[in-house]
Design a protein around this ligand. Structure first.
Ligand SMILES: Nc1ncnc2c1ncn2[C@@H]1O[C@H](COP(=O)(O)OP(=O)(O)O)[C@@H](O)[C@H]1O
Ligand SMILES: [Mg+2]
Length: 241
């Protein structure tokens, strides 16, 4: 179990995270949604160690991990993708994914090759394994970043805003891919975003963030019928009371 207790993160006068208490189970999908600026990416940054919180605790299976640098947290099984992926542009797709394996701390060459192959097949990028990452389109870059994150053998994987800017058909295939990844790789998958259609398709529990805190957790249906959340997304005039 991955747990945050009373996490605060301030940027000057702005509190990007305000007393965040949230639990992530060992298996399954959870979606974190919320308007732009709600603190979703900051939460991912703090949990993965890219940013230090101002106060609060992060526990993984009962161990406090607050002081560990990102690479140590990756070894313990906490991995992430980036909103703007930056693969090593002069390396190939295959080499970029293999790098993720090296971060896992696994030094068994055969297992690393197997992981790399399996992940490229799972993500449908085996056919471009030799392509230089610098020549990839946006969609391919996102998949390679996801592959890199999967290759470190995560127990918890945070996928940040992968659905932004996709057409409806692409949203459905991305949600299918996310479900397949969670089932085949058997980890806890935390999907962070604000594309409601994608969240609906995931059919997972949803946590809604607003102004730095989780304000609601429930099913997608519960979220879209909650008056406070309708106000948050659409403004007061759409709410029933
Ligand atoms: N490195 C930073 N420096 C200053 N302000 C930041 C920084 N990162 C995020 N913020 C601010 O913190 C708030 C939360 O941002 P973010 O976590 O990116 O939100 P979300 O991912 O939900 O859109 C926003 O007001 C944003 O402008
Ligand atoms: Mg964000």
């Amino acid at each position: 179990m991955l747990v945050t207790k009373g996490i605060w993160k301030n940027f000057g006068k702005l509190s990007a995270l305000k007393d965040v208490n949230i639990e992530f189970k060992e298996k399954g999908i959870i979606a974190i949604i919320g308007p732009n600026g709600a603190g979703k990416t900051t939460l991912v940054n703090v949990i993965t160690g890219a940013l230090r919180e101002d106060s609060g605790k992060i526990n993984l299976d009962g161990k406090e991990i607050n002081r560990l640098p990102p690479h140590a947290r990756i070894r313990m099984g906490i991995s992430r993708t980036f909103q703007i992926p930056r693969p090593f542009s002069n390396l190939t797709v295959l080499e970029n994914i293999r790098i993720g394996s090296l971060f896992s701390g696994n030094s068994n060459k055969r297992e690393i090759e197997e992981d790399t192959e399996r992940i490229m097949k799972l993500l449908g990028i085996k056919s471009i394994e030799g392509k230089q990452a610098g020549k990839l389109n946006t969609e391919e870059r996102r998949l390679v970043d996801l592959g890199r994150a999967l290759a470190s053998r995560p127990k918890y994987i945070f996928i940040d805003e992968m659905g932004a800017g996709l057409a409806e058909g692409e949203v459905i295939s991305l949600s299918k891919l996310i479900k397949k990844i969670q089932i085949e790789e058997e980890m806890s998958l935390i999907y962070v975003g604000h594309v409601m259609k994608l969240v609906k398709e995931l059919e997972s529990p949803v946590a809604v963030f607003s102004e730095g805190s989780p304000i609601f957790q429930g099913s997608f249906e519960e979220v879209i019928s909650n008056d406070e959340i309708i106000k948050l997304y659409l403004g007061d005039r759409y709410a029933k009371n």
